[in-house]
Design a protein around this ligand. Structure first.
Ligand code: ADP
Length: 378
């Protein structure tokens, strides 16, 4: 169903995106590593899921949003390792694979194999400290061999890969170099909502041996244009068996501005309301979407090093009528908080731009209006 609000897995549920899927598949075939960019809710996860949904591939997916905690600036090594092991465990079960792999992991953890297969959290959690960066390499090498033995390609997906930079105590640069050098059946896919932050992450991986950037293919997922957005909504409503007027479609196109995630959210909510005899109206659904985004901004700010400065910066922009230069924002911030130097405000503003919460045009920063269709809000 087009209006299913979970990330899509099946080609038939995904609208358009043939070109992007082909690009991903072709890169995987050639073992070219990929970075998939695009704003939140544009459909990165869905496009990658659909592209790799093929029995030729052995897919290990690490959704780093699962360890994301807005209250934490850094994550302990163990949160990454448990995510890593859990993802492998799912694959072992799904494909009934790998006695050798299970043995290797259980040995490292010092637990019996059944505890790993059943994913006995008490036992596993107590032993996570034993798992080091080098052990991640050994496990990936074993997976790579397994994939090769089964004539498959191993695809390691790091969703919202920028979060890797916050994990303490693991040298990802060394891990990725090892994979690149030794795992010939493996491709790595990074996804990220912010091109700026993802590029920084890729750069940080180059710290010791500069080579990554050049070999990672960038694939950008764009919003739908108006024609595609309209067609997506019409097809979706047809699938739901819900009749809508041209006026509703027009309004939705204006407010949800080609962002597939919002169009899906709108379509799903609208259809549900019509089917259940509830008031279905674009404005109400738009308000729900705005509330969602507000929550995300709040969570993001709470997770930064200096929530007060971030809040004061947004407040300052608001007091300036929604737009201002770095100097103007700094002046207002300094009436709210103690002296904050201008370069620091500059950094904060740019981080907010990177995260897609505010916009920058020329030398001015803009607070999005209360509409999810403004780029800054999504
Ligand atoms: P991202 O990873 O970029 O945040 P997701 O893949 O999670 O985006 O998609 C966000 C929402 O939009 C999900 O509900 C997904 O089902 C829907 N969606 C995105 N792209 C499409 C598409 N091309 N066709 C149908 N639904 C889509």
């Amino acid at each position: 169903m087009l209006f299913d609000v979970r990330p899509k897995e099946d080609r038939k549920d995904l609208y358009d995106r043939d070109k992007e899927i082909d690009e991903i598949k072709e890169s995987v075939e050639r073992k070219v590593w990929i970075a998939v960019y695009g704003m939140r809710r544009v459909g990165k996860t869905s496009v990658v899921n659909v592209a790799v949904n093929d029995p030729k591939y052995l897919v290990i997916k690490l959704n780093l949003m699962r360890i994301y905690n807005p209250k934490k600036k850094r994550y302990p090594k163990s949160s990454f390792i448990s995510l890593f092991l859990e993802s492998i465990n799912e694959v072992i079960k799904k494909y009934t694979l790998g006695g050798r792999l299970t043995r290797l992991i259980s040995n490292i953890l010092g637990i019996d194999e059944n505890s790993f297969i059943e994913f006995n959290l008490v036992k596993i959690r107590a032993r996570l400290k034993r798992f080091r960066g080098d052990d991640v390499n050994s496990v990936v090498r074993e997976l790579d061999l397994l994939a090769g033995d089964n004539k498959k390609t191993l695809i390691l997906i790091f969703d919202e890969a920028q979060e890797l930079m916050k994990v303490n105590g693991i040298n990802f640069s060394s891990i990725f170099h090892d994979i690149y050098d030794y795992c010939k059946n493996t491709t790595v896919v990074f996804t990220g909502s912010s091109a700026g932050i993802l590029e920084n992450m890729l750069k940080s991986l180059e710290y010791e041996k500069p080579f990554f950037g050049r070999f990672i293919r960038r694939i950008r997922i764009e919003k739908f244009d108006e024609r595609l957005s309209r067609d997506f909504l019409l097809k979706g409503f047809e699938e739901e068996g819900v009749k809508v007027t041209e006026d509703v479609i027009e309004k939705a196109l204006k407010r949800f501005d080609g962002i597939p995630g919002w169009l899906t959210f709108f379509g799903s909510e609208y259809s549900f309301r019509v089917k259940h005899g509830e008031k279905a109206d674009v404005e109400i659904i738009e308000k729900m979407a705005i509330e969602e985004v507000r929550k995300e901004i709040r969570d993001f700010i709470l997770g930064t090093q200096s929530p007060e400065r971030y809040s004061a910066t947004i407040l300052a922009l608001d007091r300036l009528g929604g737009k201002g230069s770095v100097a103007e924002v700094t002046k207002v911030v300094n009436t709210i908080l103690e002296e904050v130097p201008e370069p620091r405000i500059y950094e904060i503003l740019n981080r907010l731009v990177d995260m897609g919460f505010i916009e920058k045009v020329g030398d001015e920063y803009f607070l999005p209006k209360d509409e999810p269709n403004r780029k800054g809000l999504v």
